[in-house]
Design a protein around this ligand. Structure first.
Ligand code: DQA
Length: 152
């Protein structure tokens, strides 16, 4: 039996640059839900799954790196939408490599159907799994998947 089977879990949800403007930012691509409503849905789902969900958004690469570092030995799982840093950030990739918890990379849009520079993810080969193109439901699917990965 998993050592985490009946214990409360901690999951960090990281949102990268420009995701603070969800709802008004290119709604034809990213939808009309706000970041606040996504975080609220995850926290509500967390209560059902006995998971404390902490959400953090930053437009700054270093702040995201520091938040990943501070999750070592604290968080049981990570959901991350690195946004534009997906395609550029060796620093975030390297920070993820220091974690030994399941990590799910998420994108609201299907990055493989968009401009070619979005087809490459610096994170894809160091995360547990990736969800791309399912809109906001991708986040709740990611939390469900994490619960199952951590408490099999
Ligand atoms: C995104 C896709 C990225 O290419 C883009 O830079 C974003 C959001 C998504 O959720 O679809 O900011 O990560």
């Amino acid at each position: 039996m998993s050592e985490k089977k009946n214990t409360p879990l901690n999951v960090l949800v990281l949102h990268g640059p420009n995701l603070n403007l969800l709802g008004t930012r290119e709604p034809e691509i990213y939808g009309s839900d706000t970041l606040e409503s996504i975080n609220a849905a995850l926290k509500k789902q967390g209560k059902v799954l006995d998971i404390t969900v902490e959400a953090f958004q930053s437009n700054h690469e270093g702040e995201l790196v520091e938040k990943i570092q501070s999750s070592i030995s604290v968080q049981d799982g990570l959901i991350i939408n690195p946004a534009a840093y997906t395609h550029t950030s060796v620093a975030i990739r390297d920070a993820l490599l220091m974690l030994d918890i399941p990590v799910i990379e998420i994108h609201l849009s299907n990055i493989y159907k968009r401009e070619s520079f979005r087809h490459r993810s610096m994170m894809a080969d160091v995360v547990t799994g990736q969800i791309s193109g399912l809109g906001v439901s991708g986040y709740t699917l990611a939390l469900t998947a994490l619960a199952e990965l951590i408490r099999p």
